[in-house]
Structure formats: C-alpha cells, structure tokens
Design a binder for this molecule. Structure first.
Ligand SMILES: *Cc1c(COP(=O)(O)O)cnc(C)c1O
Length: 220
C-alpha cells in the first residue's frame, strides 16, 4: 500500500475510535519516522504530514536539519531516551520532548532552554509497567518529580508519556497514565503506537505515536 493509503486507513481508524470514545477532538497523529528510508519521509511530507516522532537526536538532526528550512510548519517530537549531554541539541531541534524522566535531565534541559531561549513542550515519561530496563519515572516517584523536581528547575510539564510492557494488555497502563495526569492537572497524554492506538484513544490519548502502521516496517 502507498503511504497515502496507509494514512487514510489510520485516519479512518482514529475517527472510528473517537466516535466509540465519544470524543470530539481527535488526538494528534505523530508519524514516527525513525529508521525509515528517505522516500517514505518524502511521501509523508507530500501527503501533508507535518508532525513527526524520532527516538535519536543525531538521526533526527540528519533527517530533519535541512528539511526544517523547507517546511516551516514541521513539528518534531523526541520520543526516545535522551542522554543529558544531548540536551542542548535536543532543545535546538525538537518542538516537544516526551521523555523527561530524571532530575539530571531536568537540570540539563532547563539549562539548554535558558541558553537557547527556546521552550519545547516537555512531557514526563512514566514507567507504568515498572520494568527495570525501561526509562521513565516510577509511578510512586511521580509526585515528587512533578511537584518538587520540575519546579526546582523551572520546568512545567504539559503531560505524561508511557510505553506499556510489550507482553501485557495496554489498557490498564493507559488508564493509569490518564489517572496520574488528571491528579497533577496535566493536559497531554502521549500514548498508543501502531498496535494499540485505538485503545489509547479510548483512554484519552492526546498524541498517538504511529510508526510501522503508517510507513511500513523499519530497517532493523
Ligand atoms: C518506535 C516507537 C513508536 C512507534 O512504534 P510502531 O509500533 O512502529 O508504531 C512509538 N513510540 C515510541 C516511544 C517508539 O520508540
């Protein structure tokens, strides 16, 4: 299938899920372009897609550095783990950073934001499945992180992000993330990928991150 056929199908599934959830506003579709070949990126741009997700700073710089100049309405989101020494590059390139998850990163992001005079939207990643190998603030630590750590560095997160464990139903994780966001009055929920975005929409996702279902399988 062509990119625009995939896009039309995903958009139809999004509106169906919104109807089922009795939602009036659709979530923003973040096209996850990591490790996709150039011709698919060009097809996405030609189809009018402007919001893209990337999980590595350097790869994103290579893919989007020049295109930034051609498409003034591009919105780039960082959705993969960020090393604190890449904070300045990340703040320079991205419009949103979904992966704040530790005090050191809050500090380096805050420094970069000050220095560059840019303020990307910041979301806090939550490790809802409490998986040792996964990034994200543990649910039990979120209160301190949101009410003490972020304010200490002058960061006001807009929302929360999660990646549920691959081997569990996603619904309970999305429900937990929505409950936590509500508790701290955070408006944005970045959750749901190719396999589970309809479920995420039911639980109130404001941003869904869809890669392979839009672009096809990635290079490994
Ligand atoms: C790769 C990735 C996605 C997209 O995954 P698909 O299953 O291809 O839709 C979404 N979110 C994050 C954090 C990712 O790393």
């Amino acid at each position: 299938m062509s990119f625009s056929e995939n896009l039309a199908e995903i958009e139809a599934r999004i509106s169906k899920a919104c109807q089922k959830a009795e939602r009036e506003t659709a979530p923003e579709l973040v096209a996850v372009s990591k490790r996709q070949p150039d011709e698919r990126i060009e097809a996405a741009l030609a189809a009018g897609v402007r919001v893209f997700g990337e999980n590595r700073v350097q790869e994103a710089q290579e893919r989007w550095g020049e295109r930034r100049g051609q498409y003034s309405d591009l919105k780039l989101r960082l959705i993969g783990p960020l090393q604190s020494n890449k904070s300045e590059d990340a703040v320079a390139l991205f419009d949103a950073i979904d992966v704040l998850d530790r005090p050191k990163l809050a500090r380096t992001l805050a420094e970069a934001i000050q220095k560059l005079g840019k303020s990307p939207d910041i979301l806090v990643q939550v490790n809802t499945g409490e998986e040792p190998q996964k990034a994200g603030v543990l649910p039990a630590d979120l209160e301190t992180f949101i009410t003490k750590t972020c304010p200490e560095f002058g960061i006001t997160p807009k929302g929360l992000m999660c990646i549920p464990p691959a081997d569990e139903p996603a619904g309970p994780h999305f429900a937990l993330l929505a409950k936590l966001a509500n508790r701290y009055d955070l408006k944005e929920l970045s959750m749901g990928m190719s396999g589970d975005f309809e479920t995420a929409i039911l639980y109130g996702a404001t941003h869904i991150r869809v890669g392979s279902a839009l672009f096809g399988e990635r290079d490994s």
